[in-house]
Design a protein around this ligand. Sequence first.
Ligand code: PLP
Length: 525
Amino acid sequence: MLNTQGRPTQPHAAHSNSGVTRRRETFTGNRGLQQEEALIFEIGRADVSGVDIDAPQAFTPRLGDLARKAPIDLPGLSEPEAVRHYVRLSQKNYAIDAGLYPLGSCTMKHNPRLNEKMARLPGIGDIHPLQPQSTVQGALELMETLSHWLMELTGMQAVALSPKAGAHGEACGMMAIKAAIEARGEGATRTVVLVPDSAHGTNPATAALIGYSVRAIPAREDGTVSAQAVRDALGADVAAIMLTNPNTCGLFETEIVEIAKPVHDAGAYFYCDGANFNAIMGKARPGDLGIDAMHINLHKTFSTPHGGGGPGAGPVVLSQALAPFAPVPFISKYKSGLKLTEHAEGSKAFGRMTAFHGQMGMYVRALSYMLSHGADGLRQASEDAVLAANYIRVCLQDVMSAPFGDQPCMHEALFDDKWLKDTGITTLDFAKAMIDEGYHPMTMYFPLVVHGAMLIEPTESESLASLDLFIMTLRDLAFAAKRGDVERFTQAPRLAPRRRLDETRAARQPVLRWRKPQPVQEAAE
Ligand SMILES: Cc1ncc(COP(=O)(O)O)c(C=O)c1O
């Protein structure tokens, strides 16, 4: 309810621009200490500011017709109001610092505070990409050391640090492959990229973006890709295969070496999606398996924070064959020190992926994780991640169903929805009920090759006590589903700040833009 100035006449929790009417259990809309918070546009006022600014001196406007004709109406808040607004919003955010975050394929692991401390050191946090290179030799050395560790861990010969996410790394690796194919004069004939149907959506999207058409390879009954299926799909028109290992079903591709051979024999390149490298780091080196290019999501394997779309880093490691095509910039060693080569005229570099050299803050955090763990610690992180996933798998497989039977998994445990058959409960309902128990849901309905998939990745960060509580919670939910306590699922989440969305309306009539409510006459309470 708004008065004529567009200000709420009741506590703002009563209003919503979303058009959704919410049942209010309390006068304020707050639930205990869980504070309601309206949009900043709903609570902000154009005449309020957190700072006092002197009125401008008299001046003659020179904008003519371009001068703004109506007030801009930016929402203003006092300082305490602004602080409360953002603190309340942050309290609605589920984060790895708040609890176990079991999203499969996303690897939500603890971000060590040591990494943050390192990234904030003045000599690192305060430098600028346009500084003379002689003044940032330490930063260049840090990038050089990180590159060295990445190459050592993967058994590859070159690295492009600059891509800013996994998907961006895929683009980088595939552009290096395309450049290599064009350099062989086969750009016009090799137009196809092979992608298994269990792949992450970014793989076919990347291939298509780079201008290739995608040929799908079906997964086998056991969730992996067979060398025979790859051989069947290969031909003189194939530029590359993009294969994820460990794959999106949480399984190691056992025939990877047998797949690499015919791919190379056919004159194609082997791109490995290395998003799941955290399961094999220190155990197996992609370079030894025949990989030509692979991205590494630093936020998954090397504990840098997941940004909401950035800043991230997805370095790409390259084989000897692709190294000459790596993008600029790269670091070279001279007697006088290190140099970041920004323009490599006359080289085969395919171009560049980003302005400057990429996300320095992420490089610092990743290297801090590597150096604080050491080679043995990194290996143990992988082992612990795999152990934790298998612990969950084994402790839940008698109440939930695993699509590929009782076989060990890598870093994530995959279940399907067969066990929910005839309960009237779906994977989505189960996930919503997890929210009421204080857990972020696992990844749902991915990979697409598994019906009603539930993909759980605990990572190495969780203690045994934390894993046990999670397992007991899921078992309790599973028993409730089986004994027919349907409401606990279909009505969930009951305890979250918001109930369930009307999915159909959200899809058919999405409200994507806030619109200022029209002032209405003062109405009775
Ligand atoms: C298997 C796989 N490939 C690629 C990506 C894309 O990585 P990013 O989100 O860093 O772009 C992801 C991300 O979840 C992934 O799980």
